[in-house]
Design a protein around this ligand. Structure first.
Ligand SMILES: Cc1cc2nc3c(=O)[nH]c(=O)nc-3n(C[C@H](O)[C@H](O)[C@H](O)COP(=O)(O)OP(=O)(O)OC[C@H]3O[C@@H](n4cnc5c(N)ncnc54)[C@H](O)[C@@H]3O)c2cc1C
Length: 475
């Protein structure tokens, strides 16, 4: 088969497009099927009244990815360093820098509570006393309970995932709270008392034309090099025979059309992939697919009659005073993201699928948010010129306790299908950033190009092994 191999990619997010770019570069025939009407998946941009909006804030952190993308387009000039992209976190009535600067936090704690916080943090560095399985146990083992309570992490996690830090796996912290993961008490103490102590610098990158530029550039490369991208083309069924995929069924204007294929790369939710398999997977696998959980996201966009509202490009809200978890001010990302003299924002609220709020109209969501914003004195209802919402279902894979058991069952099942691999944020059930999605695509692309015909099972073996090794207890 060799280069005549045909690869079907399900999903035109950045993981699927990165993979397609590697394959066309190797001379392999590729078709990308995307159910929606635009490229980029979660890392997409759209225009409204001439201004660019992203689906929530998208900061590109991984400088090391840029040279890898340079193979396909001039990534160094599309993804550029942006020093305005500092982040804040609203705690106890004040916006702190995020990631935390210990000195800033310690100097704001009430004097009478300070000894308790410092002793709590020092004791937490003694040999482990907490359960490290839960997020709460893991974080308190790093910074102590008083500081854990002070930064209101439990409230933030409840907003994000709908359950508390004692019901969330420590995987989330190890992965998403790197500054806490790398925390050493002596380093914090040094930072708190030593005026010359330096905070580690984080370099942030962005595409001035909107984050969707990355997907657009990759898609251009794919198409120019003979690949095909079909929008409005949801893949409804994946048909297996003798342990391998024979064809997929793609819906086009309501009609299911079979597409013969030699290899399938899926970037859709791992549970959706399982439910689309024909013949059906066995009951335990279907149960595992039904057990993984996701949170929906409502993004409320607002144009406000203010020149600028925040010192940071985004502010997390871990306080109980708001139902939203983050506000982003897009001017910091690019001047093309807000009208002159005005500012544009997005406010994010997570819900469970089927929650009342998810079903609410834009006006009710705006009402809820603006009352909270006014209470905090950020700006006033009468200053809002325009608002609208975008709703993204099942956007966050939830790292509930023992999610690893269910994921293991799904990966074991999929690992038994030779010419199929599931990658990306949803394909590997990973609450992760763009860099990981792109790397997943690039690495899986290399593997498919190398082993796709002669030794196809190697592809998923390597990909799932990496996913298993990244977190606890999935092996
Ligand atoms: C609010 C928010 C803020 C974020 N901020 C950052 C940030 O600051 N920095 C950062 O690095 N990352 C950030 N991310 C993460 C980043 O957006 C994702 O990790 C990345 O875009 C995932 O890419 P993907 O290709 O794996 O998945 P997706 O983007 O989810 O792509 C999957 C694609 O599959 C399509 N699809 C689904 N079902 C089907 C079907 N049956 N048939 C065909 N197509 C289908 C979908 O429409 C979608 O286009 C953020 C994410 C969110 C939601």
């Amino acid at each position: 088969m060799g280069k005549n191999m045909h690869v079907s990619v399900i999903g035109a997010g950045i993981s699927g497009l990165s993979l397609a770019a590697v394959l066309v570069r190797s001379g392999i025939r590729v078709t990308v099927f995307e159910k929606g009407d635009r490229l980029g998946g979660l890392a997409a941009s759209f225009k409204r009244d001439g201004y660019i909006f992203d689906l929530g804030p998208h900061i590109f952190f991984a400088k090391k990815i840029i040279p890898k993308l340079n193979v396909f387009f001039d990534a160094g000039s599309v993804i550029v360093e942006n020093k305005n992209l500092t982040q804040g976190i609203y705690i106890q009535g004040k916006v702190f820098s995020h990631p935390f600067k210990p000195k800033e936090i310690l100097s704001h704690i009430e004097k009478r509570k300070l000894p308790e916080a410092v002793i709590g943090a020092a004791l937490s560095n003694l040999p482990i006393r907490n359960s490290q399985q839960t997020l709460e146990g893991w974080v308190t083992s790093k910074i102590g309970k008083p500081l854990f309570d002070y930064i209101e992490l439990d409230t933030y996690v409840r907003k994000l995932y709908g359950i508390g830090a004692c019901d969330i796996s420590s995987d989330w912290g190890k992965h998403r709270l790197k500054p806490i993961a790398n925390l050493k008490f002596w380093r914090v103490a040094n930072a708190a008392v030593n005026p010359w102590a330096k905070n580690k610098k984080r370099h942030s990158y962005y595409c001035p034309g909107g984050i969707g530029e990355v997907a657009k550039q990759l898609a251009d490369y794919v198409v120019k090099n003979g690949g095909e991208i079909r929008l409005h083309s949801p893949v409804e069924e994946i048909v297996a025979n003798n342990g391998g995929i024979e064809e997929i069924l793609v819906s086009r204007e309501g009609i299911l059309k079979p597409v013969k294929t030699d290899f399938v790369v899926s970037t859709i939710k791992i549970s959706d992939l399982i439910f689309r398999m024909k013949p059906k997977a066995e009951r335990e696998v279907l149960n595992a697919a039904g057990s993984v959980r996701h949170r929906n996201l409502i993004i409320l966009y607002m144009v406000v009659d203010r020149e600028r509202l925040f010192d940071h490009c985004l502010v997390y809200f871990s306080t109980k005073d708001t139902s939203f978890k983050r506000i982003t001010e897009y001017k910091h990302f690019s001047p093309d993201m807000a009208p002159e003299n005005l500012t544009s924002l997005s406010v994010e609220i997570c819900t469970n699928p089927g929650d009342d709020l998810w079903e609410c109209g834009d006006h009710e969501i705006f009402d809820l948010v603006i009352i909270e914003i006014e209470k905090l004195g950020i700006f006033w209802r009468k200053e809002v010129i325009e608002y609208f919402t975008v709703r993204i279902p099942t956007v966050y894979p939830v790292y509930f306790l023992n999610y690893q058991d269910h994921l293991k069952a799904l990966l074991d099942y999929l690992g038994g299908i030779s010419n199929l691999v599931s990658i990306g944020r949803h394909g590997l059930y990973q609450h992760d950033n763009m860099a990981t999605a792109i790397e997943n695509g690039l690495n899986a692309g290399e593997l498919v190009a190398r082993h796709g015909t002669e030794d196809p099972e190697t592809v998923s073996k390597v990909v799932y092994e990496e996913r298993r090794s990244k977190y606890n207890d999935i092996s």
